[in-house]
Design a protein around this ligand. Structure first.
Ligand SMILES: Nc1ncnc2c1ncn2[C@@H]1O[C@H](COP(=O)(O)OP(=O)(O)O)[C@@H](O)[C@H]1O
Ligand SMILES: [Mg+2]
Length: 270
């Protein structure tokens, strides 16, 4: 076989580039859309800030960026030397999103290679400053974006979000396998929209019960906690003021605080 053909058939070796300006890069992921990744990512970011960490959020959802809405941000980031983007700052958290660069109502009708190039820009050309944690809010699925992160970017850990519904859990299992295959450490699973607590204190298991914990056990992953379906959590995100920032002592904010502490201690950063 000629050298040229041999090269064609040898699997490509990817270099995992670290994201500069952060000690630790965490991915918030789910195989399904609409399970609460963005809500979780942003509330976890402020929960980490509440325990004294410096945090940034990278919105990697190119087709459906949520950060501008959840944080009520619509400025354009400055660029430095025509090469680097300066992240915006909200309530002390540094953030970047493709949504800051394009008009809110413009649909992103891009093919894979453009998405990959956007992700490279967001991961390699942003001037993060002295972060302890960079939280990456991932798009759903196991497509181009995930693969780019898995192969080319140094990620220190992933958190998988799911609802306890069977339909969502089937996808979670695929997600777990993708991370295991690509060598990204799964820090744990989170059960979002886990239950609804009525005014009478009664608990309703709207999407089923215990499925995420069971999946965590089955794949020997840590179970990080249950977040209820709650109006305040949704409302605060819609108003651009995440609950963990607005009301850090709220019982749901305390669940996030607990998860933030677990994540922090798993990196021994005290
Ligand atoms: N625990 C929760 N309680 C109430 N609403 C929630 C909760 N988690 C997410 N939501 C709402 O569900 C919708 C989808 O959440 P989002 O975070 O955008 O999901 P994803 O990023 O996975 O697509 C949003 O309207 C959000 O406000
Ligand atoms: Mg999202």
């Amino acid at each position: 076989m000629s050298e040229e053909i041999k090269n064609k058939f040898t699997p490509k070796k990817f270099v995992k580039n670290p994201i500069k300006g952060t000690k630790c890069t965490l991915m918030i992921s789910s195989a399904k859309g609409g399970v609460g990744k963005s809500t979780f990512a942003v509330n976890l970011a402020f929960a980490l800030q509440n325990i004294g960490k410096k945090v940034g959020i990278l919105d990697a959802d190119i087709y459906g960026p949520s950060l501008p809405k959840i944080l009520g941000l619509n400025e354009k980031p400055k660029n430095e030397g025509g090469k680097f983007l300066v992240p915006l700052e909200k309530f002390g958290v540094q953030c970047i999103s493709i949504g800051f660069l394009v008009d809110e109502n413009t649909p992103m009708i891009w093919r894979g290679p453009m998405v990959i190039s956007a992700i490279k820009t967001l991961t390699q050309k942003v001037l993060w400053k002295d972060l302890d944690f960079l939280i990456i809010d991932m798009p759903p699925g196991t497509g181009d974006s995930q693969l780019t992160f898995a192969q080319e970017i140094k990620v220190d850990g992933a958190i998988i979000i799911s609802t306890p519904q069977d339909l969502a859990l089937a996808d979670v299992k695929r997600g777990i396998q993708m991370f295991d295959k690509t060598g990204i450490k799964i820090l744990g699973l989170v059960d979002n929209m886990s239950f609804f607590k009525g005014d009478d204190g009664k608990i309703y298991n709207i999407f089923g019960e215990g499925g995420v914990q069971k999946t965590a056990n089955e794949f020997k992953k840590e179970f990080l906690g249950k977040i209820p379906l709650n109006n305040k959590l949704r409302e605060s995100a819609d108003q651009g003021q995440p609950l963990t920032h607005k009301d850090p002592k709220n019982e749901i904010s305390l669940i996030f605080e607990n998860i933030a502490k677990k994540i922090n201690s798993s990196f021994n950063k005290d």
